[in-house]
Ligand binder design. Sequence first.
Ligand SMILES: NC(=O)c1ccc[n+]([C@@H]2O[C@H](COP(=O)([O-])OP(=O)(O)OC[C@H]3O[C@@H](n4cnc5c(N)ncnc54)[C@H](OP(=O)(O)O)[C@@H]3O)[C@@H](O)[C@H]2O)c1
Length: 333
Amino acid sequence: MAITARPLGATGLTVTRMGIGMAALGRPGYINLNHATDLGRDYAVDEMREHAWSVLDAAWAAGIRYYDAARSYGRSEEFLGAWLRARGNRPDDLVVGSKWGYTYTAGWKVEASQHEVKDHTLPVLQRQWQESRNALGRYLKLYQVHSATFDSGVLTNAEVLRELVHLKMEGVVIGLTLSGVAQGATLRSAMNIVVDGVRVFDCVQATWNLLEQSAGAALAEAHAAGMGVLVKEALANGRLTLRNHEPAFVEQRNLLVQEASKLNTTVDGLALAAVLAQPWADIVLSGAATVDQLYSNVRAFEYPVDAAAAAALAPLVETPQVYWATRAALAWN
Ligand SMILES: NC(=O)c1ccc[n+]([C@@H]2O[C@H](COP(=O)([O-])OP(=O)(O)OC[C@H]3O[C@@H](n4cnc5c(N)ncnc54)[C@H](OP(=O)(O)O)[C@@H]3O)[C@@H](O)[C@H]2O)c1
């Protein structure tokens, strides 16, 4: 079982088709279903660093070479940068992407009145770029606007867009991440943003999975236009795993188990393989919170999801409205 690599769109970067995301590894609280259990409810910084490093070691050993962090994932950049240096990994051998636009405000607590504050203005970009560079140095090659939306104003903010082009001229790949029912429309708008004759965004990170596929056509267009495409939340924050015991999901769970056993893989492996089967998807992110989850996730490379399996899984698709309402109701834990 080999994790393959390919160009990240036309960015000039080569990436492994699976990456590891740090959202569940850099802070005590997150919205995935069983986050508190994964961390053993031990939130001491040293313990959390050790736990994150064990998952990073397992990902490296499995062949993963793309790492996804964000300023708002607590100490994710700090943990990742320290691990990369401690292991003596060379910047040329891997790609790190991070994100700006949310400031972490949970104060290392699981429950907080506000976990993160969104602000897509120039001072935040300038401050967070320096913070990200300090933590990640030359490992940092992709910098993404975190959850770009029409409402946040970032796509029409001339001074922010100019600064992003400035970073691009210095050799940083510029991307944006998307969330919510308007992912496709936001992407189509972002793809066409040009400043002084230069396209601003060369990468996109979006949600696409067996339940929410509404951005698929726009992601295919972005890829055809040379953008790199990263897929996040491929497991619908844990809903597409055996941990999902929601009474309303029993039928869907049975279908997943049945199709996974036909392919002799795990349910999460199946859901990740469904993303890998999309020709426009360069990277699918594993959000593994434990070493065992990581091992289970990489089984996505064992058996491809073919047309027959894709057809069998098609009834799982939800409307974007239902999907994003369900996601919004997930509790921090
Ligand atoms: N707007 C953005 O830019 C944005 C938003 C979200 C995520 N991301 C990126 O995408 C990455 C992945 O996203 P995500 O973690 O939110 O969603 P995800 O990949 O859909 O879900 C990951 C979760 O699934 C569960 N899981 C995985 N393997 C499992 C297994 N074998 N058995 C049981 N449960 C398993 C774990 O949750 P539990 O064990 O906790 O139940 C894990 O934390 C993040 O780390 C981050 O880098 C970016």
